[in-house]
Design a protein around this ligand. Structure first.
Ligand code: C2E
Ligand code: MG
Ligand code: MG
Ligand code: MG
Length: 284
């Protein structure tokens, strides 16, 4: 016989739900404030090409929370996506990135730098996504071939022709596309071939075990070969040590980013990194 649920259990459940709901409400308010008060900051993680030339950076979002300090995307990006606020946040990130490119493109020593910006599925899915990006390009007047947009496999489950058409419209401006976290999703190879991609980013989960696990190594080798076959640039993310770098070079992957070179850096530190790095290269 089933006992009737105790009142206490229900009360607890209610309390927990209420707690969750009020937390979400608070976060929603805080994110709106963050947008209005300019609390989002871009961090820049250097991206290099063998033998160590800095091509540019991946833009990674940070939230300078007034009470909780500097927060990484894992603290808020899922909620921003669910609540739809990622659309406005993502637009701000893109605008800031393009403004930065505009500044660099006026300086001969930095004019060649490229930025890679993460685009959320919800943001890409917006009906006016292409128009928004075009507006930012017009506003900032950048050479858009310095801009790469990082998409994920999760976007490809949508109306495929529609996705391709959006990419093509942006490609006309010179924008290039990377497929982020490659290997973790379910993209069919047929689709992959039809997408106007420029770069495949090997998920850092595979790089992590590269030296320990032969299966992992076989996967990475396969991804690199696949990229080469499709004429794509292949970049490894999450390179943390010299051993991993060596293994990647042996497998034919010459583009990389990771803590072995630099963590995501605030602008001033990224620019410092560029200069120090250039000095080291000249000494080689
Ligand atoms: P992602 O695009 O795959 O970015 C790479 C993540 O790996 C970054 O985490 C980066 O700091 C981290 N990483 C890079 N090298 C290493 C390494 O050598 N070792 C380790 N352990 N980690 C490394 P982060 O900055 O916390 O960003 C997490 C995710 O949040 C990103 O993954 C991306 O999916 C999302 N994200 C970040 N910025 C944005 C944004 O502006 N818009 C959107 N929609 N998503 C963003
Ligand atoms: Mg990324
Ligand atoms: Mg990634
Ligand atoms: Mg990711």
């Amino acid at each position: 016989q089933v006992k009737p649920q105790g009142g206490d259990a229900l009360a607890f459940f209610d309390g927990e739900l209420q707690f969750q709901a009020s937390r979400r409400l608070l976060l929603a308010h805080e994110l709106r404030d963050a947008l209005a008060d300019d609390q989002f900051e871009l961090y820049f993680q250097p991206q290099l090409v063998h033998p160590g030339v800095v091509m540019g950076a991946e833009v990674l979002l940070r939230w300078r929370h007034p009470a909780r300090g500097l927060l990484g995307p894992y603290e808020f990006i899922d909620f921003a996506e669910e609540s739809g606020m990622i659309v406005a946040i993502g637009e701000q990130v893109l605008r800031k990135a393009c403004r930065q490119l505009a500044l660099w493109q006026q300086q001969p020593a930095r004019a060649q730098l490229e930025l890679s910006v993460n685009i959320s599925a919800r943001q890409f899915r917006q009906r006016d996504f292409v128009q928004v990006v075009q507006g930012i390009l017009k506003e900032t007047q950048i050479d858009a071939s310095a801009l790469k947009l990082e998409l994920t496999e999760s976007m490809l489950v949508d109306d495929f022709d529609h996705v391709v058409s959006k990419m093509q419209q942006l490609q006309l401006h010179g924008i290039r596309f990377a497929l982020d976290d490659f290997g973790t999703g379910y993209s069919s190879l047929v689709y992959l071939k039809r997408l106007p991609l420029y770069q495949l980013k090997i998920d850092r989960g595979f790089i992590d075990d590269l030296l320990r696990d032969e299966n992992e190594q076989a996967i990475v080798r396969t991804i690199i070969l696949l990229g080469q076959t499709l004429g794509l640039e292949v970049l490894a993310e999450g390179v943390e040590n010299a051993g991993q770098l060596k293994a990647l070079l042996q497998l034919g992957c010459y583009h990389y980013q990771g803590f072995h070179f630099a963590k995501p850096l605030p602008l001033a530190e990224f620019e410092q990194f560029l200069q120090q790095h250039l000095a080291t290269l000249h000494r080689l």
